[in-house]
Design a protein around this ligand. Structure first.
Ligand code: CA
Length: 388
């Protein structure tokens, strides 16, 4: 079998309302899908992390840089292809956009491998430890509002996510330490006691500010504090993890086994959050997972993007071994964006219907059993939302 063509599809639409996190506000939803065609008529689908203009630039890397390197190669030679591309890109980007671009290509190659074997990827990588996974819903995004407007909105949104059936929820912070604590108090009030909520700073804080917020979050019994400091600040991570009782999580902005090595060896996180659509694809994710387990660090995947990314993550979550194991191990969670997202809800020929499954099944969603990533996108839908 030979790779005959690699196509990037960058999709975009205007959100009904502007959303924000600690780094920026955004008003467009985008997605970057990778389609790999072969001479045997089997087509694989993958996705690259990165919105907006990042996706447009990554399309150039996929089609103009990676495609010429691997055109004509056997798509079943995933590891050979991965290392050929990585070695040729090494001088030009061991992290960031080149790795995001390679990720989508690698995921599409795994989709092809699953279709050739007529097995879901979860089976190819070792089998299903579970046939359903619990879902946490994130929302409580920042908006251009006063903190007095945000407090009741965060309380209401948190209560609504709990009422929708999600097993936990996650909020954004980033207004500054004192206002962030007020928002976290509102979320706790919204969900009541004994319901887990998490807090995502998207790396906007110094270590000392993160300590201030982290101590307040401990009082509120928050489950984890995500990306408190910059991803490069491994010393800050290490100090926070040693000094706070709350779980410190992070890693969505880390890439490859070589990047993750430092984060894990440095004892920087209680919970690792690898992003398969960025760190190097499924091939590299499996190495990062093994590395995390070698350090006895639990993994809860970072999930962002369209239904292709969600389906990919469901395959990985199904096959994730419990570490260290036991009768009642802590199970992985699927991260789920509860805000407006057509590429998550309407992209597939047979939708995953995550929200309906969550509502019906006490917060759980089943693992797709079809070959490869287990889902197929609707080409007409893709054409409708493709950027000119
Ligand atoms: Ca995050």
């Amino acid at each position: 079998m030979k790779i005959t063509q690699i196509i990037s599809h960058v999709l975009q639409y205007d959100l009904p309302e502007e959303l924000g996190y600690s780094q920026q506000y955004y008003s467009k939803r985008s997605a970057h899908l990778v389609e790999i065609r072969t001479d045997e008529g089997i087509t694989g689908w993958g996705e690259c992390f990165g919105p907006g203009n990042i996706a447009i630039a990554n399309k150039g890397i996929v089609e103009k840089v990676i495609q010429p390197m691997i055109l004509g190669d056997d798509p079943m030679d995933r590891s050979v292809i991965w290392h050929k591309v990585y070695n040729l890109l090494r001088d030009h980007g061991q992290k960031g956009m080149p790795m995001q671009a390679l990720s989508g290509v690698d995921i599409a190659l795994w989709d092809i491998a699953g279709k050739v074997a007529n097995l879901p990827i979860s089976k190819l990588i070792g089998g299903n430890h579970r046939d359903k996974v619990a879902v946490y819903g994130y929302g409580m995004m920042l908006r251009r509002e006063s903190v007095d407007e945000m407090i009741p909105r965060f309380e209401d949104e948190a209560a609504a996510i709990k009422a929708a059936g999600f097993v936990a929820t996650k909020m954004k912070v980033g207004l500054g330490p004192k206002d962030d604590v007020k928002l976290a108090e509102a979320v706790r009030k919204g969900v009541g006691d004994d319901y887990p909520f998490m807090v995502d700073a998207n790396h906007c804080y110094t270590t000392s500010d993160a300590f201030y917020i982290g101590r307040a979050l401990e009082e509120l019994d928050a489950f984890w504090f995500e990306e408190p400091v910059a991803p490069e600040d491994l010393d800050g991570y290490r100090e926070l993890r040693a000094g706070l009782k709350i779980n410190i999580s992070g890693g969505e902005a880390e890439f490859t086994r070589w990047g993750w090595r430092h984060l894990l060896e440095g004892r920087c996180v209680d919970i690792a959050q690898p992003e398969v659509c960025a760190l190097g694809g499924i091939s590299e994710y499996l190495k990062v997972l093994a590395l995390a387990h070698a350090h006895f660090t639990p993994v809860i995947n970072h999930v962002w993007g369209s239904a292709i990314a969600i389906a990919t993550n469901l395959q990985l979550l199904a096959a994730m071994p419990p570490i260290p194991g036991g009768l009642f191990p802590r199970e992985p969670l699927l991260e789920f964006d509860t805000t407006h997202h057509l590429f998550r809800d309407d992209l597939l020929l047979e939708p995953l219907n995550i929200q309906a499954q969550v509502a019906k099944s006490s917060g759980f969603v089943s693992i797709p059993t079809g070959a490869g990533i287990g889902v197929e996108p609707d080409i007409d839908f893709i054409k409708r939302f493709t950027l000119a």
